[in-house]
Design a binder for this molecule. Sequence first.
Ligand code: MV4
Length: 610
Amino acid sequence: MFDKVLVANRGEIAVRVMRACEELDIGTVAVYSDADKDSGHVRYADEAYNVGPARAADSYLDHDAVVEAAQKAGADAIHPGYGFLAENAEFAGKVEDTEGVKWIGPSADSMQQLGEKTHARKTMREADVPIVPGTTDPVEEAEEVKKFGEEHGYPVAIKAEGGGGGRGMKVVRSAEEAEDQLESAKREGEAYFDNANVYLERYLENPRHIEVQIIADHHGNVRHLGERDCSLQRRHQKVIEEGPSPALTDELREKIAESARRGADAAGYYNAGTFEFLVEEDESRGPDELLGADANFYFLEVNTRIQVEHTVTEELTDIDIVKWQIRVAQDEELGFAQSDVDLEGHAMEFRINAENAADDFAPATGGQLTTYDPPGGIGVRMDDALRQGDDLVTDYDSMIAKLIVYGGDREECIVRSQRALAEYDIEGIPTIIPFHRLMLEDDEFVGGTHTTKYLDHHLDQDRIEEAQEKWGSDTTSPSSDEEVVEREFTVEVNGKRFEVELEERGAAAIPAGNAGSGGEKPQPAGGSDDGGSDASVDGDGESVAAEMQGTILDVNVSEGDEIASGDVVCVLEAMKMENDVVAERGGTVTQVAVAEGDSVDMGDVLVVIE
Ligand code: MV4
């Protein structure tokens, strides 16, 4: 077994991987940028190495800095998580070539070959995995695009050979657009992927996005772990993922999963991977009619990494995918057969992004988690790295946590998700929790008939704004020059408990005298008579009494002083806060009943003013 694994990532996925290491009794090494010195993954790790400045290109993406950290730490493997270097074949190759350090992932060769989409299409076609009708060699001329359009009909997709995710695709709707879109696709391919080659596919107007989880070892064992439905996307960003898909019959899901397994086998693939498919949706289908074995499905691409939404599959199969990634990377054989893989129940993953859905999903530009109180209880899994009090790091992506909910069936999963999202209390930064709660009441999503087009083309913006109003929490963090003191009280009225929250802005002053701010019973002028005071009041002055039990930190007045209303007479520390005690009225101080360091009870006289 490995002794020590370096996790070349940050945030929740770094912690997720370290948790697997912990359970396998493997030491953990974090890397961090200057922006992440105090981040959760650094706190979690046994040791941590700075790999550079905040800019990802200068730290998390710096091949040499990451490999050097592994060597310094004496780590015997690197796990890349997702994003950053996870699908970088060149980096994987460097790790493979580093003495004493293993790559926890597919071979650099697989990554390179499957990353080239035309190559991947050829491999899948040979393995009898359906691919979208189109070309498997690059096209050069607009004439080829037009010819394809005439033969197969429009629209036609022009895709970059090096593309994937949401990038490098152009849609041609008629012959007139062919020339421009081809040039534009080539330019983008060159700019983003250093590869101007493009190929063609028939463009499917309204597909579902189904992906199959694969895990394979170095001994030729390949298993599929069922599918996930990731059709709920916004601008190519997944928002909620679930499994099993609410739209497929068992016959169709088995056909798709088995073709992915066959494809991985044919590619000689090992470690974890995801096979993405498009499934043609039937526009007239109702929620109760599922897509059957005769529906068209097409291979799209392979993601050669662990994915954000792997957790959905873990809930359904009870298989710890990250642990198996680590085990197979050190040549262990998979310990289960395909027939041992049982999918049970239903799971959903909610990405908790620090974004304001009502403001076009604008990412938060800063803030502090003044409250962070995640949900729990049956069927609830939280994958996160932040804790209450943490500052939001805005240098990378906006996803701060994942809530994964399991239920016996989809209905229970939805109700449980509503319950869990309602429990989730985050203050100080905006999140898309209100948006998730809207989706769980949305007919299209709840009916499972939504496709990849739904959020971008059919959802009404007003409904998002309403959701934000209804379920959004306070996202204003206190600015440095204005102190906000929040206090929570429980009051009982007629035998019923009420939680009351009070917010004081500006200097936290406790008004002296009768105008109690804490809702206490007014004290009669002329003295405190509740028996709590040892000091007697001379003359007919007005006493300033303590509003709560505490310690006198400072006395600001002496006998004979002339003071004005609003002047601070002393500072009282109570409930770990310093409170200025101010005079309600001006006058002459005739008595000072306390000194610095005194303990006082509520109601004790502090000073008397005449
Ligand atoms: C497609 C398609 C329709 N037809 N290819 C978008 C990202 C890239 N990975 C592939 N994508 C698509 N390819 C053909 N031939 C529609 C999409 C697509 C999409 C795919 C998966 C999930 C969400 C999507 C949203 C818009 C378009």
